[in-house]
Design a protein around this ligand. Structure first.
Ligand code: PPS
Length: 298
């Protein structure tokens, strides 16, 4: 889908590796070797398109693995649960087991192994676009887009011309694996509606001993408290590098429906139509029927 026919717009800057857009500053050798990483039994991936709840899910998995103990003072999730495309295969192999890895790669590019586990978090494309806009505007050294508007970014997003590729290709590729024993599909909206249920689902997926452990009320409330929006907002430096003063924080708003305050009715209709076309109106298209209906009426 192209944004042809819409007025020229400002674009963020990216580095392009083999036709694939990445944030500037992601070393090419890290990206290239990430594609060759061979997953091992026990590896746990949090696999997402950007801005779909990656960090929140990573911290839930981290807290399950570490029995509710938060990251020690001064430690960052970026080190404890690194981004494969940033660190590359060799650094990934050197991680303590279980290896905890984040990836934003679409499935055809992602290292997928039968014995590794993948938690795939999907978020509706409307809120994802808004969150991705603030991210792109705020990380000035990665994107040089401080002056970019939401309207500018929207044209890049709907055309799939953003880092980590097209939202819809990513969603469709991973969603096709739902139901496989090593893939758990979760939505950001379900996590928001019932974090305890989401925690149970992830713990069960990690194994019966973890499911049993999170039934313990003390552990359960520690994990839910440390991974809550309020607690994560208080510790912004743990999740991401600093941004210029005045930019939106990394843990920003954390709601479902912020798109309403950013989308014009034309943009909402165009993205809803793109969603339908990209999915053939089936599969992942059924994930957010109320939001799609609201977008068409916006
Ligand atoms: S990234 O850069 O791709 O890793 O970003 P990602 O972590 O996927 O997404 C960031 C959005 O997730 C929100 N967030 C949360 N929401 C609810 N609860 C918790 N604990 C939480 N932690 C992060 C964060 O605010 C971003 O969404 P927006 O809509 O911008 O607020």
């Amino acid at each position: 889908m192209s944004s042809a026919g819409h007025k020229p717009h400002r674009k963020p800057r990216y580095t392009v590796h083999g036709g694939f857009r990445m944030p500037m500053g992601f070393p090419p050798e890290g990206f290239e070797s990430a594609l060759t990483y061979v997953p091992e039994p026990g590896d746990v991936f949090v696999s997402t398109y950007p801005k779909c709840g990656t960090t929140w899910m990573q911290y839930i998995v981290y807290l399950i693995v570490h029995r509710g103990e938060p990251l020690p003072d001064g430690a960052t999730l970026v080190d404890a649960f690194p981004h494969l495309e940033e660190i590359g295969a060799e650094a990934a192999r050197a991680l303590p087991r279980p290896r905890l890895l984040k990836t934003h790669l679409p499935l055809p590019m992602a290292p997928f192994g039968r014995d590794a586990r993948y938690v795939f978090v999907a978020r509706n494309p409307f809120d994802c676009a808004v969150s991705f806009y603030y991210h792109t505007q705020g990380f000035v050294k990665h994107y040089d887009f401080a002056e970019g508007t939401f309207d500018d970014f929207f044209e890049c997003f709907i055309a799939g011309e953003v880092d980590f590729g097209d939202y819809f290709e990513h969603l469709v590729s991973w969603y096709a694996r739902r139901g496989e024993p090593n893939v758990l599909v979760v939505t950001y909206e379900d996590m928001r509606a019932d974090p305890g249920r989401a925690l149970d689902g992830v713990a069960r997926f990690r194994g019966p001993e973890h499911a049993e452990a999170v039934a313990d009320l003390g552990l359960r409330s520690r994990i839910l408290e440390h991974s809550s929006f309020a607690a994560m907002s208080r510790a912004q430096g743990r999740w991401s590098s600093a941004r210029p003063a005045g930019s939106a924080p990394f843990v920003r708003k954390g709601v479902v429906g912020d798109w309403r305050a950013h989308f014009s009715s034309e943009q909402a209709r165009r993205l809803a139509e793109r969603f339908r076309a990209a999915t053939g109106g089936a599969g992942a298209y059924a994930l957010w029927p109320d939001i799609v209906a609201a977008a068409l009426e916006h």
